[in-house]
Design a protein around this ligand. Structure first.
Ligand code: ZN
Length: 454
C-alpha cells in the first residue's frame, strides 16, 4: 500500500496551482495546507491553528469589510475581545438568509460588492438592466467567482469568492475526500462527475469540483450544457412555451445521461480500470435503479469509490437514507461501504465534512473551521445536543464566513467509531423545521426530469 505521506505529496503535485506560495502563507494557509491529514491533527496543535486562523480571519473582515464592521459594532464586539477559543462565541454570526436577500439589476452588483471583503477589481457591466447571469459573468470576468445554490422558494444564495478563496476551498474539498478514501485515489485513473460541468455553471457544487479535472486524469461529466440561473428558473417550473420545451429537453437529456453512465461503467469493467464517481447521489441512484430493473450488477470491488454530496432527496417527497444507498452501491456496483462516503458542505462555507470510512460520521476540518450548534435564540448548545448548525470558517477570505445555517445537526466531541481526534457531526443532517429544502444536489434533481428516478 502507498505510504500516506507519499499519497498526499502525489496529490499536491497534481494541484500545485491551488497552493499559494509558502512565503505568502497566512495563519489560515498554515492551518489548511500544512497538515498532511486534516482529520488527524493532534487536538492541542489543531486548537492553536484554529485560534490563529479564525482570529486572523475575524480581524481581516472586521478591518476590510464595512458591512461586517458595522455588524460587529452593533454587537459591540471587536477583535480585542477574542483572546482565546472560549471567546469564539462572541464573533457575530450572519444568518444564511442574508445571502438570499438581494435586489435586481445593477443593485445586485452593488449588493455583492457590499458582501465582498477587501478591494474589488473593476467590474464592467455593459447592459443598463442586467440579468443575474450578466452580473455574475461580469464578476467572473474580473476574477471574482460568484457561485450559488437555490432553495425550493426559487431564491438563490449567492457567495463571492476571489481566486485565492476559491482555490483554497477546492484544495480542501479534494484533500478531505481523498484522505478519507486513502489509499484508493491516484491521478492515473477515471472519474465521473455527477454534476453540471464546472466550466459551464456557477452552481457551487459543480464549480467547486473543477479540481477533479486536475486531480484525476480522465473525467467524464454528467451534465455538459450551460447551467445558469435562467435555465434553473425555467426547469424548476418556468411557465409558457419556453419553460415547457426546456422541461421536455431536460427529460430527454436525463434518460440519455443515465444510459451514458451505464456505458461508461461497462467500459471500466471491461478494461479493469480504477475509478471514482463524485456528485449528486440522485443521479447514481437512478443509474442503479435502471441496472436493477434490468437484473444487472457489477463487481468493481476495491478498484472504485463513490463520493456523494448535496442532499438525499430522490423524489419530491422521498428522501433516501444513506445506509440504503450504500447498501445498493454494494449490491449493484460491488463497491465496498468504506469507499462510499458522503460529504456535507454548503455554498456559504469552505469546510468539507466527510464521512469516515469506519463509521460514516461527518468529520469536521477543525484546524480552520469551528462548528457550533445553536438553539432557536442562537445560544450555543453543548455536545450531543441537536440544534441549528453554525460555523466559523477561516478559509473564507473574500466574504465573512461566520454563518448560521438552516440545517439541524448534532455535534459530537469525538467520533463514536474511529480514532480520529476532532469533533464530528451525526450523519443525519436535516433542515430546521420551517426552513425550505435546499442543496446543490436538490438543484440538479429538480432541474432534471423528476421521472428518471422512478
Ligand atoms: Zn469517524
Amino acid at each position: 500500500m502507498i505510504d500516506f505521506n507519499q499519497y498526499i505529496s502525489n496529490y499536491e503535485k497534481c494541484v500545485s496551482k491551488y497552493i499559494p506560495p509558502k512565503q505568502t502563507w497566512t495563519p489560515v494557509d498554515e492551518a489548511i495546507f500544512k497538515p498532511r491529514d486534516l482529520y488527524r491533527i493532534p487536538l492541542k496543535e489543531a486548537k492553536e491553528m484554529q485560534f490563529k486562523s479564525i482570529k486572523y480571519a475575524f480581524n481581516h473582515h472586521y478591518e476590510k469589510n464595512e458591512f461586517y464592521n458595522n455588524f460587529c459594532k452593533e454587537h459591540k464586539v471587536t477583535p480585542k475581545d477574542i483572546k482565546s477559543i472560549d471567546d469564539f462565541n462572541k464573533i457575530p454570526l450572519i444568518p444564511d438568509k442574508f445571502f438570499k436577500d438581494y435586489p435586481k439589476g445593477k443593485d445586485f452588483a452593488t449588493w455583492i460588492a457590499n458582501i465582498y471583503t477587501g478591494e474589488l477589481p473593476e467590474i464592467v457591466i455593459k447592459n443598463n438592466k442586467p440579468t443575474y447571469d450578466e452580473v455574475i459573468d461580469a464578476f467572473n470576468k474580473a476574477g471574482i467567482c460568484i457561485t450559488f445554490s437555490s432553495g425550493t422558494g426559487g431564491k438563490h444564495t449567492f457567495i463571492p469568492r476571489d481566486q485565492r478563496t476559491f482555490y483554497t476551498s477546492e484544495y480542501a474539498a479534494a484533500k478531505s475526500l481523498l484522505t478519507m478514501i486513502y489509499p484508493l485515489w491516484e491521478y492515473d485513473a477515471f472519474g465521473y462527475l455527477l454534476m453540471p460541468n464546472p466550466k459551464k455553471t456557477n452552481v457551487y457544487a459543480g464549480k467547486a469540483l473543477e479540481i477533479y479535472f486536475d486531480a484525476v486524469k480522465d473525467i467524464s461529466v454528467a451534465i455538459d450544457r450551460e447551467v445558469n440561473t435562467e435555465l434553473i428558473r425555467l426547469t424548476m417550473g418556468g411557465k409558457g412555451i419556453k419553460g415547457k420545451i426546456i422541461q421536455l429537453l431536460a427529460k430527454r437529456t436525463s434518460v440519455k445521461m443515465i444510459d451514458d453512465i451505464i456505458k461508461w461503467l461497462e467500459l471500466r469493467e471491461k478494461n479493469n480500470d480504477k475509478f471514482t464517481m463524485v456528485g449528486a447521489p440522485y443521479i447514481l441512484y437512478a443509474v442503479m435503479k435502471k441496472l436493477k430493473r434490468e437484473g444487472r450488477s457489477f463487481n468493481f470491488g476495491e478498484k472504485a469509490g463513490i463520493g456523494t454530496g448535496g442532499g438525499w432527496k430522490v423524489h419530491e417527497h422521498n428522501r433516501i437514507p444513506f445506509n440504503d444507498f450504500q447498501k445498493e452501491v454494494e449490491e449493484v456496483l460491488g463497491i465496498p461501504g468504506k469507499y462510499c462516503l458522503d460529504v456535507y458542505a454548503m455554498v456559504e462555507g469552505n469546510g468539507w465534512m466527510v464521512h469516515c470510512p469506519e463509521g460514516h460520521y461527518l468529520h469536521t476540518p477543525y484546524s480552520y473551521y469551528q462548528p457550533f450548534v445553536l438553539d432557536e435564540e442562537f445560544n450555543q448548545l453543548g455536545y450531543d445536543e441537536s440544534g441549528r448548525f453554525a460555523f466559523l470558517d477561516a478559509a473564507a477570505g473574500s466574504y465573512p464566513g461566520f454563518i448560521v445555517t438552516g440545517d439541524q445537526v448534532k455535534l459530537l466531541e469525538h467520533c463514536p467509531v474511529c480514532d480520529r481526534p476532532g469533533p464530528v457531526l451525526d450523519p443525519e443532517v436535516k433542515r430546521v423545521k420551517g426552513e425550505e429544502i435546499r442543496g446543490c444536489a436538490e438543484e440538479v434533481r429538480r432541474m432534471l426530469s423528476s421521472d428518471i428516478g422512478k
